[in-house]
Write a protein that binds this ligand. Structure first.
Ligand code: FE2
Ligand code: FE2
Length: 453
């Protein structure tokens, strides 16, 4: 059975049938796609039904000449976006623009558009990625760390059952997280509950109002990191930035900001182990995995000789950006299921990653370059692309690779329940450091070990 959060109503305004076909295959069967060809119909639909996503095509609503968004068009789109938001404050609004310029990027951010897509570079691949990111946003993590025993909430809080891939209510509306309930969670190493995305802002308020002993609200901090990271991704995939170096610099700055928020959060815990328990998103998703990977990178790095940390964190967050230009059918398979041709195609995400950064005018430092180029190398020399081995592999690349591997062992996914950080670390070592082959440098593993003791 499909998780309930995947049901979405999508409204698409376009008279371009190639766009329509592409969007409908990207969203797939789980989505109810309503297609309209005129502005009037779009307005009417928005009034009649609640849509989670609203895509509007500039070509359909614009003067036939196309080209850049003019001032008056901007006002028109703004009104459209505002109307959609009025009808559903959580709506995701996407504009398919004929051409993207720096000004338009600014406009998109200011107007509250969720996303600006460049018609020139729109592809099924990219859309599938966007849809995946959007879908994952429907349930939000609530840290039990933030919940005082007296707090009650206006909406139920859910927990995730990996065995049947579903969210089920754990605390009813008006109930509190009492001692018995807390015990149940502790027994299963569960430190997180979930709330539907639309209830999330209210729950944050309720968390803040309830009496807590903590000086920091983890749930909120983490959700801010998540928003920042999604912004970075969307900029990467959808704003063509060839003409403006500034956006590249901004992205790097954004990455550095995320890194400093991480640093602050970690300081809040007495030991790195405690941070490892409380900070990660437990439920596996592409976004959660990337953010968790960056956390672990930072925590593990404390015991290693690597720097500068902010660049390494940014590198960790975006090291697989090259996969955005790799065929989805290949990315959907496990590495060992790929035939030779597919494997060669997959390996292209390494040079592509660097190419994309250069295309976006993002300043690439040595650390960032090393992480992108060498995160698939292995200590035993069986990695790619260069088959480097032993100490030829830059430490920061190994570090990111270990961090990502660790997340596979720590996260819960359908069919796989939660372990403690220590168990996850032991499982990683058992799986990756065999008798005859070794994925990671044992000296580096040795240096990380004390965190788990
Ligand atoms: Fe990779
Ligand atoms: Fe990964």
């Amino acid at each position: 059975m499909r998780p309930p959060e995947w049901k979405q109503n999508v409204l698409l305004l376009t008279n371009d049938y190639s766009i329509k076909d592409l969007i409908s295959s990207a969203f797939g069967e789980e989505t109810t796609l309503t297609h309209v060809e005129t502005e009037e119909d779009a307005f009417q639909c928005l009034e009649e039904k609640k849509y989670e996503v609203f895509l509007l095509d500039q070509k359909t609503t614009d003067s036939p000449k196309g080209g850049n968004l003019k001032k008056e068009d901007q006002t028109f789109f703004l009104e459209f976006v505002q109307f959609a938001t009025q009808m559903n404050p959580e709506v995701i609004t996407i504009l398919i623009a004929n051409k993207i310029s720096a000004n338009q990027g600014q406009f998109a951010i200011k107007s509250g558009l969720s996303l600006l897509l460049d018609r020139q570079s729109i592809s099924l691949n990219k859309m599938i990625y966007v849809v995946r990111v959007l879908r994952k946003r429907t349930f939000r993590t609530i840290k039990t760390f933030d919940i005082s025993s007296t707090a009650s909430f206006s909406s139920p809080l859910y927990h995730f059952l990996p065995t049947n891939n579903r969210y089920v209510p754990f605390i009813k509306a008006g109930e509190s997280l009492n001692k018995d309930k807390r015990e149940i969670l502790e027994k299963s190493n569960i430190l997180d509950l979930y709330a539907p995305r639309k209830e999330f802002p209210l729950i944050i308020e309720e968390l803040k109002n309830s009496k807590r002993n903590h000086a920091i609200l983890l749930t909120e901090e983490l959700s801010l990191i998540r928003e920042k990271y999604i912004q970075i991704l969307f900029h990467f995939f959808n704003l063509s930035t060839d003409s403006h170096v500034n956006l590249g610099k901004k992205l790097l700055e954004q990455g550095k900001k995320i890194s400093s928020v991480f640093e602050n959060l970690i300081k809040y815990f007495d030991t790195p182990y405690e941070a490892l328990q409380h900070l990660p998103y437990p439920r596996w998703s592409e976004i959660a995995h990337a953010i968790n990977g960056a956390f672990y990178t930072l925590i593990f790095a404390k015991n290693l000789d690597v720097y500068p940390m902010d660049e390494i964190i940014f590198g960790s967050l975006i090291h697989n950006i090259g996969t955005s230009e790799i065929n989805q059918s290949i990315l959907g398979k496990n590495e060992n299921e790929l035939n030779e041709e597919e494997l060669n195609e997959y390996k292209k995400h390494i040079p592509l990653g660097l190419e994309i950064l250069k295309r976006k005018s993002i300043p690439v430092s040595e650390a960032i370059e090393n992480i992108i180029l060498f995160h698939h190398e292995r200590f035993d020399g069986n990695g790619f692309p260069k088959k480097l081995k032993l100490d030829q592999i830059p430490t920061e690349a190994t570090l990111v690779s270990i961090a990502h591997s660790y997340d596979y062992f720590y996260s819960i996914s359908p069919g796989k329940s939660r372990t403690t950080p220590k168990e996850a670390w032991e499982n990683l070592k058992y799986a990756e450091l065999g008798q005859s082959t070794e994925k990671f440098d044992p000296e580096i593993i040795e240096k990380i070990n004390p965190i788990f003791e």
